[in-house]
Each structure stands twice: as C-alpha cells, then as structure tokens.
Design a protein around this ligand. Sequence first.
Ligand SMILES: Nc1ncnc2c1ncn2[C@@H]1O[C@H](COP(=O)(O)OP(=O)(O)OP(=O)(O)O)[C@@H](O)[C@H]1O
Ligand SMILES: [Mg+2]
Length: 290
Amino acid sequence: MQGSWGLRYTSPMRVVIHGLTKEFMTGKGKIRALAGVNLEVRDREFFGVVGPTGCGKTTLLHIVAGLEKPTQGKIEFIGEKRTQAMVSMVFQDAALMPWRNVERNVPLGPEFREQPAPAYKRAAHFFLEMVRLLDFRSAHPAELSGGMKQKVAIARALANDPEVVLMDEPFASLDAQTRLLLREELLGIWEKDKKTIILVTHNIEEAVMLCDRVAVLSAAPGVVRDIIIVDVPRPRNFKSMSDPDFIRCLEKIWDLLRYEVDRAMRQNHPSGVDSRDKEGPRKPYVDWWD
Ligand SMILES: Nc1ncnc2c1ncn2[C@@H]1O[C@H](COP(=O)(O)OP(=O)(O)OP(=O)(O)O)[C@@H](O)[C@H]1O
Ligand SMILES: [Mg+2]
C-alpha cells in the first residue's frame, strides 16, 4: 500500500504458534517433547524462551524454522513479508563451513538463492562490518576464537535477510566475559537492524538483558508456564543489571523457573510422564520453596 507521502506501509509480521505438540518415535517408545505450546511473537520483538533442559526449546525452534514437523498445531507467519527469507537460525556451535573463509561463510542465503555474486559480496561486507569482523574476512573458521565464530554465524543469519532470526543458546559455548561482550554487541546490532529475534537461553540474566518478553516453559513436555514482560528501559548495557527493575524481572523468571527445573530433575525420564500427572496436582510451589 502506498502512503500519502509516498512511503510504503506494510502490515507487521507476527509469528503465531498454535497448540504445538511434538512426539518423537524412538526405539524406547514415544517421547513427548512439547505438549501444546501457544505463543505470539510480535514484529521486531526480541523474544526469549527459557526452560529446564529437555523441555523442548530446541524442538520448538526447529519447528518454527521448518526443520521439524509438529505432531499437532501449527506455526503462522501473519503479515506482509518484507524480506528475502522467512527465518534464519543461529546454532549453539556456529556451524560454519570450515573450508570456506569468513567472507564466503556469511552470504550463504543469497548465494543459494542464486543472487548475483557482487550483491552477495556486498551483503557479506555490510554484515561483517556490523559485527566488526571485516578485517578477518580472509580467515578460515579454524583461525577464529569461539566468540568470533559466533559473530560470523550472526552475520550469516542477518545476511540471509530473514523476517525472524532464531537463536538456540548462541553464546552457551563461550566463556563468561566473551558472553557479556557478545550480549552487548548483539543488543547494538539489534538496535541498528531491528529484526524479530527468538532467543533460547539457559541464562536468565541474558534473557532479561536482551529481551522484550520472556516465555518460561515447563519441565518436559514443554508448555508455556508464563510470559514475563521485561520492563527495563532501553538502551540496556552492563549497568542495567543493577537496575531494580532488572533484578525484579530476574527474580520473577527464576521464581517460575526453579520450580520447573526442580520438577525436571525429579523426572527420571525427561520427556516421559511427569509423576505429578499420575498422582494428581502437587501442592502449590510456594509451600515448599518459601
Ligand atoms: N530427533 C529426536 N529424536 C528423538 N527424541 C528427540 C529428538 N529431538 C529431541 N528429542 C527429545 O525431545 C526432548 C526435547 O528435546 P530438546 O532438544 O528440544 O530440549 P531442549 O529444551 O532444547 O533441551 P536443552 O536445554 O538441553 O538444550 C528431549 O527429551 C529429547 O531427548
Ligand atoms: Mg536445546
């Protein structure tokens, strides 16, 4: 639609997740990874997902990315597509092609779409500059630190020009200081090139620092326990972590999560039937946490 000042108006793109369930058939029987996840991620939102190990976070991202099919439910992208691709994914371990240098690892999306070489080379330069790695464009992945590899993976995801970037614990394999630095860099990149991001992390401080809202998933099989609004002012940086709103938000998430983490630890079979399901409702968690 053409606006009165010649501007192009597009309807914002939302990701709507309806009643998503996922069961895997394995040699040991059926594993329920997700048990009915409902979520709506807004346009250009930085959306976090936290939950105990094995609760289905990676499975959820894989389904949104189209890498897995749900058993039930569906994903809808509602709104006008403004970009070249629907989703890009950043994995925990960068997953770069070791035989290609940095500059040739970044523009995989445009290259696979058979865009002309000068266009995807320009895209590679633009995004390598954004993650401040242009000087390393000729290096191969083996010559880079873990943090640098993750930045290449972020540049690659952005160069694909997606509506939504999915990040599965992108900094989990990094040391604590590099993690802090990359968090701030990712915030800076997002401020410049606001994409919708869905970030899975085990680090709730990271979730609060980066996200607009954070979904807390239950122990396996995962459902959404609650969605916490992160009302910490932006721009955020290291100092935001001592802001009382930041701490309040951290506590809110942890209050929900620690119950679910404990529940996951008590389940001997991470994605099987929770003992609570057999025994009826457990007492409210405040009874035994506070
Ligand atoms: N391809 C698969 N085949 C069989 N089972 C699977 C498969 N992928 C995941 N699962 C099972 O589904 C459940 C959820 O796994 P998933 O990797 O999504 O959890 P997660 O929340 O990402 O865990 P973590 O926090 O440890 O990364 C687990 O019990 C896992 O063993
Ligand atoms: Mg995972």
